[in-house]
Design a protein around this ligand. Structure first.
Ligand code: CP
Ligand code: NVA
Length: 322
């Protein structure tokens, strides 16, 4: 059985299958063809799926529930106040019980070790829907979005990250490097990328003709970039550190001055939800911004994950129509 924990666990080919599958389902979904809808609707008909979410979510919840419904499965959203987990019941017992009744578990947790625990004890595929280290569904969506707007298969691109060193960039960096996109990561000094991610990124870069730069200079990262990306400076669960972190992030806001270093046709991306401290309105709502296309693509990334990991049980060679 395969789980989706992080992009770094996938071969380059497997990652490409997920992006292609997301693109495929986008076309299928948007064409509005009833017979295609019916064909997909029976793939998980009669099944259920659990969303064990210990944190808030808009995009991940809506896209996941939408994708599961598209394939005929009944999603069950289990927020932290809905089930016994953590108050009356252990992680182990919850995992054994829930996985015995559903076709898959989408899990949004705090620590990466919780995702690892889930994969150890679950009898069904686990799809990591955000932990402190990774956000693979976001990365699948982001590569599809870059492909649609700038086509990395035809153009050599540079993605610049201006922000924190955690879940979103960890998977996005590996994903970009896998498809040949150069990545420049800038974080404030004192906020460092995980050395394991840098090492994995360098190996992926070497194998795919891409380049990984890690710096503390936001202007160095932004220079000549085709895509500027950021995320909240205060991730969920870190609210206690808000004042100190905002101080550290001075000089890291994406604004017109920072954007003047980028390629004139740059695109702006953000996984959302967005706050003013990391990007100004004139950039966020500008013609350079592709954030709402990016958000929509979360639906197709979720469909791709359900197809590969749940319907085809981790068999990447099976096509969507097999
Ligand atoms: N980008 C993302 O994961 O958004 P949500 O937290 O709203 O799911
Ligand atoms: N880094 C953010 C991502 C939210 C989708 C967080 O962990 O809250």
């Amino acid at each position: 059985m395969r789980h989706l924990v992080s992009i770094k666990d996938l071969t380059d080919k497997e990652f490409q299958v997920l992006v292609d599958r997301a693109e495929y389902y986008k076309k299928t979904f948007k064409c509005g063809d009833l017979s295609a809808a019916q064909k997909n609707h029976v793939k998980l008909l009669g099944k259920t799926a659990a969303l064990i979410f210990s944190k808030r979510s808009t995009r991940t919840r809506v896209s996941t529930e939408g994708a599961l419904s598209f394939f005929g499965a009944q999603p069950m959203f289990l927020g932290k106040d809905d089930i016994q987990l953590g108050v009356n019941e252990s992680f182990y017992d919850t995992t054994r019980v829930v996985s015995s009744m559903v076709s898959c578990i989408f899990a949004r947790v705090n620590k990466h070790s919780e995702i690892q625990e889930l994969t150890k004890h679950s009898s069904v595929p686990i799809i990591n829907s955000l932990c402190d280290m990774f956000h693979p569904l976001q990365a699948i969506c982001d590569i599809l979005t870059i492909k649609e707007h700038l086509d990395y298969t035809k153009n050599k691109l540079k993605v610049a990250w201006i922000g924190d060193a955690n879940n979103v960039i960890n998977d996005m960096a590996i994903a970009c490097l896998k498809v040949g996109i150069d990545v420049s990561i800038s974080t404030p000094s004192g906020i460092e990328m995980d050395p394991e991610i840098i090492k994995a990124g360098q190996e992926v870069a070497k194998a795919n003709g891409s380049k990984l730069i890690v710096t503390h200079s936001s202007t160095e990262a932004a220079t000549g970039a085709n895509v500027l990306v950021t995320d909240t400076f205060i991730s969920m669960g870190e609210e206690y550190a808000r004042v100190a972190k905002l101080k550290q992030f001075q000089g890291f806001q994406i604004n017109s001055e920072l954007c003047s270093y980028a390629d004139p046709n740059y695109k702006f991306m953000h996984c959302l939800p967005r706050h003013h401290e990391e990007v100004t309105d004139d950039i966020f709502y500008s013609d350079h911004s592709i954030v709402f296309d990016e958000a929509e693509n979360r639906l197709y990334a979720a469909m791709a994950a359900v197809d590969v990991f749940v319907i085809n049980k981790g068999n990447f060679s099976a096509g969507p129509d097999d």
